[in-house]
Ligand binder design. Sequence first.
Ligand code: SF4
Length: 308
Amino acid sequence: MHIILAYPRGFCSGVNIAINTLESAISRFGLPLYVYHEIVHNSWVVEDFKSRGVKFVDDIDEVPSGSRLMFSAHGVAPDIRVVAAQRDIETIDATCPLVANVHREVIRYAAANYKIILIGHSGHDEVVGTMNEAPDSIRLIEKEDDIKKLNFTPDEKLVILTQTTLSVTETAKIIELLREKFPQNIIESNSNICYATQHRQDAITKLASEADVVLIIGSQNSSNSKRLYERGKSLGIRSILIDGPDNIDCNWFNDNDTVLISAGASAPEYVVQNCVQILKKNFNTTIEERRTCKDDALQINNKTLPSD
Ligand code: SF4
């Protein structure tokens, strides 16, 4: 078996920031410490913090007044901040700077009387938080088919924004169709897909043709991990998404297979390496790492927004 380890893979800057912020809070303040939603969407990371006493909640009513609450990498709706302040809950914000940037764009476009078409997944923590910044100004669409539900009057100014962890190719197609349907209305179109999502998808696109199987390490509720799995599938390569080594079934592979391995932006490298160890134990393996981009450091698009 030949294993190609895609690079970049795994933790992005936003996930590193969130995890380091939680580590620092544990050291500095101790327990009890609450986190609103999963700090990042990865079961290994969350279970590790749970075993150390951190409490994850999905409802702010579960957080006692006067305690400490951290907001996850996916950001939070503004009404949660208000409730926290009213209940004297001390908050620590671990929102990824790129998600916070989308919140700022929503606020400023809404204030400039734009209607915002947000492309994203309904119910995802990031989308819930983003939409709540200006619920009356935003329409959410998830897929091409949703475009037909949209209607705007000719004088309405539109801007397209997106969730940060979408499929690059599908989102580009949806934006193109929106521009065709509303050529007069759409003034701005900003894909907010982040550098980390883009780089990890690019790596699969560039390397998948060399592989018999694409193996993605990441949790099922991780949007960018699922997009990597879908990218492999869309290229016609058998693709598998697993949370970790316990999920590997060696019958999936043959001795002569080339296996391309990548990991979602919230999947720890030690989980990737543990998966590689399982394959090494069961097959004669050769391993190489292939870099498809030089610099995977945090990148923020500097755009001129309406109120600038
Ligand atoms: S995947 Fe992108 S938006 Fe999400 S935490 Fe990482 S850098 Fe931030």
